[in-house]
Design a protein around this ligand. Structure first.
Ligand code: BGC
Length: 611
């Protein structure tokens, strides 16, 4: 071979090698890492941390969405965590398919001696993404129960169902303290006061974690304190700005976190929102100094879904700001590869310190160790039935205790079991409506049989049939009825899609069909009992004067029909108390128990009311 030809050949080989290395660096897999793990199992946390390369550590800090990462990628890149975002489920959506999907990730990871992932999901009112789970009332209804013992049992039940699908981490409970019911996430909050947080958060977290699932207190902090913004196009109040004094922050929004930390909560999710104009995802003061420093939180601080994208600057700068603020695990469902690269480069450039990375990874490994993920992450569950009779019974009890009786003229309730009832309204026979958002999909769905459950009509019919009564659903037969039960409310929604500045029975989030049913009920001239299926109070000051009875049922879940029938027919008494103030009109939005001039006589029903 001539000299020049040899030189060209060497050049070609070299540039090919160079390109290959550049490619693999660009994609950021661990393939080129010299330091491969020998065995995760036999190392202490400290040894494990010390044995990791920078790239492995950076990858531990990243959480990818299941639909955006294959098991092979999970092991090639070494991500710390995988999540199922709202509605991200395997097909078919059965417990065994969840277990198989989860095990596929973990076994691939184990086969290459890498660190198992921790798998997170929003089990916020039961293991609600999975078909066949028990769907409990949303938090607002649980707030109405004021029952810590019940909360503990629910925490355990939800956790048990999560474990049956193999998963290890739930993004619950929301310890949001809603201050303005126009917020689309009102139903995820236990109510407007710190008093309810002090009752329910600790037992709920304990219940979840005792059964082997890491809990998450969210969204840190004051997500429930944001103000309505008429000028915002999409997020009128959700993800907004909370204008607060330090005293308000400590008295209203902090107690839930203190309770969660006291219960040794494993993680805390940062809020999309801002406090006095500062985005929480970039706030070193709030995350590092206050939460980790002053409050001594030792678990994982996780970012919310792509929330760091709302920080100023380029993606690189956003990641750096967020990590330096103190976030340990970055929920970057789709940008997970880039996120790993940014962290690696930032440490190499000195923009993120190695100490900060070590702190984050140590926290993540600690939680993985706690739930035995480092030793044995494989799930041996093999069930077809997620829900059990005991869990359904617990959910039914929770429904009963969550119902708030707000009006009962002439003792119209309880109804006699042999009455002939005209049952009308959009929500009489719809389990999807009963469950609301965060059910199977992110926003839920108004499907009659969205999940297995019992509708109001089904539960009432059973009682009537056994006692010589009749449930009439055809308005043409109204003349044969003794009274009307009218079931109206709000459509399912999630997050900012539920922001609503009107909150009357006919606007935006209200159920299509409310108006017609309300008018029909009135035309019968019969006594009317109204049951509301909604995530929050709606303005009803005009309409309620024509109703004899009024029950707020919140979003009661899969066993909603049964729990409602238990109280409406008098087998159990109503015991629920309002967890939020019920406004008289739109001018009272934001007026609540924490308002300095709070006057119970001014509102339609005050906080704490319930007959
Ligand atoms: C929500 C969180 C949730 C996350 C993951 C976000 O949009 O704000 O509450 O945990 O999605 O699904």
């Amino acid at each position: 071979m001539k000299k020049t030809n040899r030189a060209i050949l060497i050049f070609l080989i070299l540039s090919l090698c160079f390109n290959l290395t550049a490619c693999s660096n660009e994609t950021g897999s661990l393939k080129d890492d010299e330091e491969r793990l020998l065995s995760v199992k036999n190392l202490t946390d400290e040894e494990l941390l010390n044995s990791l390369s920078l790239r492995q550590k950076a990858a531990q800090m990243v959480q990818a969405e299941r639909a955006a990462i294959t098991p092979q990628q999970a092991v090639d890149y070494g991500v710390g965590s995988i999540l199922s975002g709202g509605g991200s489920s395997p097909t078919p959506n059965t417990p065994s398919a969840w277990v198989a999907m989860y095990n596929e990730y973990q076994s691939k990871i184990l086969s290459e001696d890498q660190i198992p992932v921790i798998y997170g999901i929003d089990a916020v009112h039961g293991h609600n993404a999975v078909y066949g789970a028990t769907v409990f009332p949303h938090n607002i209804g649980l707030g109405a129960t004021r029952n810590p013992g019940l909360m503990y049992e629910i925490g355990k039940a939800v956790s048990e169902e999560v474990r049956l699908t193999g998963l290890n981490w739930t993004f619950a409970p929301a310890v949001s303290v809603v201050q303005d019911i126009r917020w689309g996430r009102t139903y995820e909050s236990f109510g407007e006061s710190a008093e309810i947080q002090k009752l329910l958060v600790n037992p709920y977290v304990r219940g979840i974690q005792e059964m082997g699932v890491a809990a998450t207190a969210k969204h840190f902090i004051a997500d429930g304190g944001t103000s309505w913004d008429d000028n915002s196009k999409t997020h009128k109040i959700d993800q907004g700005n909370a204008i607060l004094t330090e005293e308000e922050l400590r008295e209203i929004h902090l107690p839930g976190y203190l309770e969660a930390i006291e219960a040794d909560v494993d993680s805390i999710m940062v809020s999309f929102s801002s406090i006095n104009g500062e985005k929480l995802h970039g706030s070193q003061d709030m995350i590092t100094d206050f939460l980790k420093g002053q409050l001594g939180f030792e678990g994982i601080v996780v970012s919310d879904y792509q929330a760091l994208h709302q920080l100023p600057g380029t993606f690189e700068q956003q990641v750096i700001t967020c990590v330096n603020a103190g976030v340990d695990m970055l929920m970057e469902p789709h940008n997970w590869k880039e996120t790993i690269n940014v962290i690696v480069n930032a440490v190499e450039n000195g923009d993120i310190s190695m100490d900060r990375v070590n702190d984050a990874v140590a926290r993540i490994l600690k939680v993985k160790r706690k739930y035995n993920l480092l030793d044995n992450p494989i799930s041996d569950q093999n069930t077809q039935d997620l829900s059990s009779e005991a869990h359904k019974e617990l959910a039914r009890r929770a429904v009963r205790e969550s119902l708030v009786l707000l009006k009962n003229e002439n003792q119209i309730l309880p109804l006699k079991k042999d009455s002939n009832i005209l049952l009308i309204g959009p929500a009489i026979d719809n389990v999807g409506y009963q469950c609301g958002g965060w059910t199977i999909t992110w926003e839920g769905s108004p499907e009659k049989s969205l999940v297995p459950g019992v509708s109001i009509k089904e539960a009432f019919e059973k009682i009537a049939e056994n006692n010589g009564g009749r449930i009439i659903t055809d308005y043409a037969d109204a003349a044969q009825a003794d009274c009307v039960v009218l079931v109206i409310g709000e459509e399912p929604y999630a997050e900012f899609n539920g922001d609503n500045g009107q909150l009357d029975l006919y606007s935006h989030t209200s159920m299509y069909g409310n108006r017609e049913a309300i008018e029909q009920a009135k035309e019968t001239g019969l006594p009317i009992i109204t049951i509301m299926i909604a995530g929050r109070p709606m303005v009803i000051t005009q309409e309620i004067s024509g109703w004899d009875g009024f029950v707020m049922a919140w979003l009661p879940g899969s066993e909603g029909g049964l729990g409602i029938a238990d109280c409406v027919y008098g087998d159990y008494s109503f015991t629920g108390k309002l967890p939020v103030t019920w406004p008289k009109d739109q001018s009272q939005f934001g007026y609540n128990i924490n308002s300095p001039d709070y006057d119970p006589a001014k509102v339609l029903f005050p906080y704490g009311f319930g007959m």
